[in-house]
Design a protein around this ligand. Structure first.
Ligand SMILES: Cc1cc2nc3c(=O)[nH]c(=O)nc-3n(C[C@H](O)[C@H](O)[C@H](O)COP(=O)(O)OP(=O)(O)OC[C@H]3O[C@@H](n4cnc5c(N)ncnc54)[C@H](O)[C@@H]3O)c2cc1C
Length: 304
């Protein structure tokens, strides 16, 4: 007989959830308070069960990958964080297909593919996200994006039903996907790659890395480009032309190296990042009449 909700919850609570788990070390921007509960995903079915159970009991849930596009509240997250990280990162090759779990890092995925002579993921080698987060956001760089390589996405809906979405059904577009709109949990994906030379792929990835090191403030914690590219503009260029490079509030600063990045120069809080974000948006709007929309996902404890 299946367990009832409270029994399932009690079991997860006593056996699998970490309590008051610090989140800042899991986030590339290094701010935010602890999660009331944290589940390190080892098994997709268990993650789905935890998700559905929490939702049925009214406990807020955040699905998290490598934490490279998230800003969490300073007071902590008053619910359950389901973390798809290194414990849920299996990958394997079948012909020209790569089948991987959501927690695998995009960098590991790109090198794994290159080592097996499979091309298509070089663009992803320098994006510090997970496969799951990369699919939700349709991560991309240097003329590549996840949409180009996805064949199928394994998802769970909020009722716990499992679905396999085709690339068309997943509707990946600029920093956007059906999974984002529908609030689906991504468990993994099948990527369709093409034959390529390992050496050439390594060279391309090294070139992309060098371009990043040259242009981006990689020595500082950040969540990457803070704002989406507004149609017809580059967010970084607008911020720079508005004279905002180096502008700071507490430990949060508009990077001197790349104005699209808001960096943590040490001890910043999420509140400081939010104030800086508002100021940048106001100044760019006043100067150019362009609304900057955050690319970073800003999480709050407010009821949805
Ligand atoms: C230095 C730096 C450089 C970057 N460069 C780029 C770049 O070139 N291109 C680019 O596109 N992005 C870039 N980013 C942003 C970021 O790496 C990407 O958006 C990445 O796809 C986020 O993946 P993640 O696993 O870290 O997701 P997270 O930050 O953990 O989460 C992002 C969103 O995805 C959701 N999510 C995560 N995992 C799952 C899952 N399994 N199921 C359902 N929902 C999930 C979360 O709820 C959240 O809404 C950069 C970030 C940094 C810090």
């Amino acid at each position: 007989m299946p367990e009832d909700l409270n029994t399932t919850w009690g079991r997860l609570l006593s056996q699998r959830f970490l309590r008051q788990a610090p989140l800042a070390p899991l986030l590339t921007i290094r701010t935010g308070g602890p999660a009331r509960y944290l589940l390190e995903v080892r098994d997709g079915q268990e993650a789905a069960l935890a998700w559905v159970t929490a939702r049925s009991l009214g406990v807020p849930v955040l699905l998290m990958g490598r934490g490279s596009n998230l800003l969490m509240p300073d007071e902590g997250f008053e619910g359950l964080v389901i973390h798809f990280g290194a414990d849920y990162a299996h990958m394997e090759v079948a012909g020209d297909r790569l089948i991987a779990q959501a927690g695998v890092s995009l960098k590991a995925l790109a090198y794994f593919a290159a080592d097996r002579g499979l091309a298509g993921l070089a663009f992803a080698a320098g994006i510090p996200g997970s496969l799951g987060g990369g699919l939700i956001m349709n991560a991309g760089a240097y003329h590549g994006e996840m949409a180009q390589v996805v064949e199928a996405v394994e998802c769970v809906d909020q009722q716990g039903r499992q679905h396999t979405l085709t690339r068309e059904e997943a509707r990946l577009s600029y920093r956007h996907s059906l999974m984002m709109d529908e609030g689906l949990m991504v468990l993994g994906a099948t990527l369709r790659l093409t034959p390529g030379s390992r050496d050439a792929l390594y060279a391309t990835m090294a070139e992309f890395q060098a371009l990043r090191r040259d242009k981006q403030p990689l020595a500082w914690p950040s969540a990457g480009s803070f704002f989406k590219r507004p149609p017809g503009y580059y967010a970084g260029a607008l911020i720079e032309q508005a004279g905002l490079k180096g502008l700071s509030i507490g430990g949060a600063q508009v990077s001197e190296k790349h104005a699209g990045f808001l960096i943590n120069t040490g001890g910043a809080t999420t509140a400081e990042f939010l104030q800086l974000k508002d100021l940048v948006q106001q100044r760019v709007m006043a100067r150019f009449g362009v609304a900057l929309e955050p690319e970073v996902r800003i999480i709050t404890n407010a009821a949805p």
